[in-house]
Design a binder for this molecule. Sequence first.
Ligand code: DGL
Length: 259
Amino acid sequence: MSTQAIGIFDSGIGGTSIFRELHGYMPHENTIYLADSKNAPYGSKSEAEIIKLSIKNTELLLEKNCKLIVVACNTATTNAIKYLRTTYNVPFIGIEPAIKPAALRTKTNVIGILATKGTLSSALFHNTSDLFSNGIKVIEQVGEGIVQLIEAGQTNSDEMKTLLETYMKPMIEADIDYLVLGCTHYPYLIPMLLEILPKHIKIIDSGIAVAKQTKAILEQHELLNNRTNIPKNIFYSNGNVNILRSILNEEFDVEYLDF
Ligand code: DGL
């Protein structure tokens, strides 16, 4: 039993899609979220830079006494989680593109994955993809420019629609039946993607799997918060606090913090 907070970090506001899953699944847990928007996007940075930023975020969450850290960013997970796990003495939960369920369920034997350059070029992603995509065609697409638009508060813009149409076209033509969202910013694009994609294409992401895994690990370490009082969910951004507030529908307190 522990009332210490779960620490969550992302390159920006996208990891709030993971926070929502965690909060829905474990509503009494206290959480501290770091949006490193000043340094977004991580997806075009080198592995060494991503590790350095992940260390900075982790150390701040540990200073704030977090009991477990959720790396709510596919790019940081695929590039840095191995380093974090061998360096710090708290459990880390990461997020990786849901290649496995898509590969198991596809009927057309073609699946699409939209993720950042940093994720698609990582060794961890390649290992997972090689393991599960035997006999299946995986169409990889770098979501160049998407994170920047979301971070600028332009999730529903015409520019976004044009970008998504361009990225989806080759996948539709190749007859994918599953689209894997491999970046925690992308669940916010689902309404627009549903307009663009033919009805039979299903979209999957790893959000709920992360929430379930987090609960299982907290249980295993006897760190679940069993109190039923209203939790503290704190959000820090080193970028534009209003954009973070708005993606959270003004439901939570957001503070500016220079980190
Ligand atoms: N949310 C991050 C991810 O899941 C964003 C990537 C970025 O900053 O480029 O990969």
